[in-house]
Design a protein around this ligand. Structure first.
Ligand SMILES: [Zn+2]
Length: 428
């Protein structure tokens, strides 16, 4: 870094550090749930992300299960963890844990000399007020959008509702569940569509949800073809018939082609979003955990939805990684598509800095959301946010250094990314 570049970077970072943050996406448990859990370094830090890189480096499933399990033998856990940590500690997932440890517990590294100390500090800090300390005092997050917990603590969160299980039927008999909870009998597809419509309206009215979230790229391709009601109804009737005759858990064995029904229901859900004026958050790109079909998650599969529902605003997650060039092109092309860098900073810092520079070249600045922690444990949010702020500052400094934008414009874009854009988009 040349000196004047470093000066530009430091000035932008200093400014960005003062900007309050709207965090577009989290999975955090409530503070009460966390306080009632026995936390240790391994069962907390390895809930996700870094654990996937440890597995990728060769860790066995039984070893990961031991680390995330109840054993209180920290020395034993360290001896299992250590060889894989030494292989994988270069990745940004792992660096994010180091960043969190530094930011919250004031310890510079996770190694043989520090792991017991970090574990002790984690246990000591696990008391009322920890969320306020991390999310407000350290991170200055005004509000985070929380995936699925509709009864969230409004001091910290607003809710996104996930309706995937009512579209892509899994092992649980969701029809029975809905019938019981709502005292209704589902006799056909019309009843099911009516339930989805009523549920979304109620979640908005009663719980104040700010958007709908869908993450089906974990299980299927994101291509939602236009299906007729009659074709979808025929499949739904088969689902009801199999359920009545053999039970819900035999649905998988029936080899039923469910995709046209799922496609139909996704269109219904997007129509609900239009009626309720709710944006839709969609998982695109890399899936968490190991062993999945990345091609299912390419955002280009979604183009027919963007075309068909121009009044619905779509928030596309994870910078589309690794399909980010495609995502830039789509967001440039469609008024209703926005790019969200939740999770992206911890997939790769290098990639995200380049992507931000590319986004500034390609799409209007109001369409970039700079941060979503996407963590299940609160330390991760802090580690991730520190990296995100540095990444945004570096990308903006690069653009200033190259003469593409001036300093004032860089500061303006930085604030928009972290605060103004998501605030306006989600009506917060
Ligand atoms: Zn997520």
């Amino acid at each position: 870094m040349k000196m004047n570049h470093k000066k530009i970077y430091m000035e932008i970072l200093e400014h960005i550090n003062k900007v309050p943050v709207i965090d577009t996406h989290e999975h955090l448990e409530s503070e009460d749930v966390r306080l009632n859990r026995t936390v240790d370094l391994f069962n907390t830090y390895l809930i996700h992300y870094a654990s996937s890189d440890l597995v990728s480096s060769g860790m066995g499933d039984n070893e990961l299960a031991f680390l995330t399990g109840d054993s209180t033998d920290m020395e034993k856990k360290w001896s299992v963890f250590k060889p894989y940590w030494e292989r994988a500690r270069n990745t940004t997932y792992c660096k994010s844990l180091i960043s969190a440890t530094k930011g919250i517990y004031g310890i510079d590294d996770i190694n043989e000399d520090t792991y017991l100390l970090i574990d002790a500090k984690m246990k000591e800090c696990n008391k009322k007020g920890f969320y306020k300390h991390v999310l407000k005092d350290l991170c200055n997050i005004e509000v985070s959008i929380l995936d699925s917990d509709i009864r969230c603590d409004k001091e910290f969160f607003r809710s996104a509702i996930r309706m995937d299980r009512y579209i892509k039927f899994e092992s649980v008999d969701v029809i029975a569940e809905v019938e019981k909870q709502n005292n209704i009998t589902v006799t056909g597809l019309s009843d099911w569509v009516e339930y989805i419509n009523r549920a979304v309206a109620r979640y908005k009215k009663v719980y104040g949800i700010v958007c709908i979230k869908t993450a089906m790229a974990y299980e299927r391709i994101l291509k939602y073809d236009k299906t007729s009601f009659f074709d979808a109804e025929r499949i739904f009737d088969s689902v009801l018939a199999i359920r009545a005759k053999y039970g819900w858990n035999r649905l998988c064995d029936a080899n039923l082609e469910l995709k046209p029904l799922e496609d139909y229901l996704m269109h219904i859900l997007v129509q609900c979003a239009a009626e309720q004026n709710l944006p839709v958050q969609i998982h695109t790109g890399l899936q968490e955990r190991n062993g999945n079909y990345i091609t299912n998650a390419n955002p280009t599969h979604l183009i027919n939805l963007f075309m068909e529902y121009p009044t619905v605003r779509f928030d596309l997650f994870h910078g589309g990684y690794p399909y980010s060039g495609e995502l830039c092109a789509i967001a440039k092309n469609f008024r209703n598509v926005f790019v969200d860098l939740c999770w992206t900073h911890i997939i790769s810092r290098e990639f995200t800095v380049r992507l931000i520079e590319e986004l500034i070249d390609t799409i209007p600045m109001n369409k970039i959301f700079g941060f979503g922690g996407d963590y299940c444990f609160v330390e991760g949010v802090c580690g991730h946010l520190y990296m995100a702020k540095e990444n945004i500052a570096l990308a903006l400094a690069n653009k200033v250094y190259k003469g593409y934008i001036g300093m004032d414009e860089a500061l303006h874009i930085g604030k928009r990314m972290l605060y103004d854009n998501p605030k306006e988009f989600f009506n917060l």
